[in-house]
Write a protein that binds this ligand. Structure first.
Ligand code: RB5
Length: 150
């Protein structure tokens, strides 16, 4: 799978661990950094890069990591067609894909441990949208919200 990954200074160095894990599992990684935890930067920049990589079909899914995961998810969800899930547990990790067809996983490096983060990543990456009618109906309503937005 082609996976775009971006993290601000608050998400570093968890992004390095996630990249190592996914690379070892054979995924194609599109790495937007950061690789410098000591220089403050801005999570919306990473959300834009990861989101656009999906919009431009350079990546199938994305992973965004900031301190809490909140800022990254807020920013990513501003992009058309991006459904970003902030997850702190494995159930949400797979259900966000199975039911909500989320295409970006957001993690908070300052609030979850490395092992849990990696389990959530595995759950998210392995899960697939079930395509059930009730989930499609709900996703269509989200598309309508996007279309009608003022
Ligand atoms: C950076 O200090 C921090 O605000 C950012 O990584 C993120 O947690 C925002 O939601």
């Amino acid at each position: 799978m082609r996976i775009a990954i971006g993290a601000d200074h608050g998400g570093y160095p968890l992004n390095e661990k996630v990249i190592k894990e996914l690379d070892a599992a054979g995924h194609e990684i599109l790495d937007f950094g950061t690789h410098v935890g000591s220089r403050p930067d801005d999570y919306p920049d990473y959300a834009l890069k990861v989101g656009q990589a999906i919009q431009d079909n350079q990546a199938d899914i994305g992973i965004l990591i900031c301190g809490s995961g909140v800022g990254a998810s807020v920013a990513a969800n501003k992009l058309k067609g991006i459904r970003a899930a902030l997850c702190g547990d494995t159930y949400s990790g797979h259900q966000s894909r199975e039911h909500d067809d989320c295409n970006v996983l957001c993690l908070g490096a300052r609030v979850i441990g490395e092992e849990l983060a990696l389990e959530i990543v595995r759950a998210f990456v392995a899960a697939r949208f079930t395509g059930e009618e009730r989930h499609r109906r709900r996703l269509e309503k989200i598309v309508e919200i996007e279309k009608n937005e003022k």
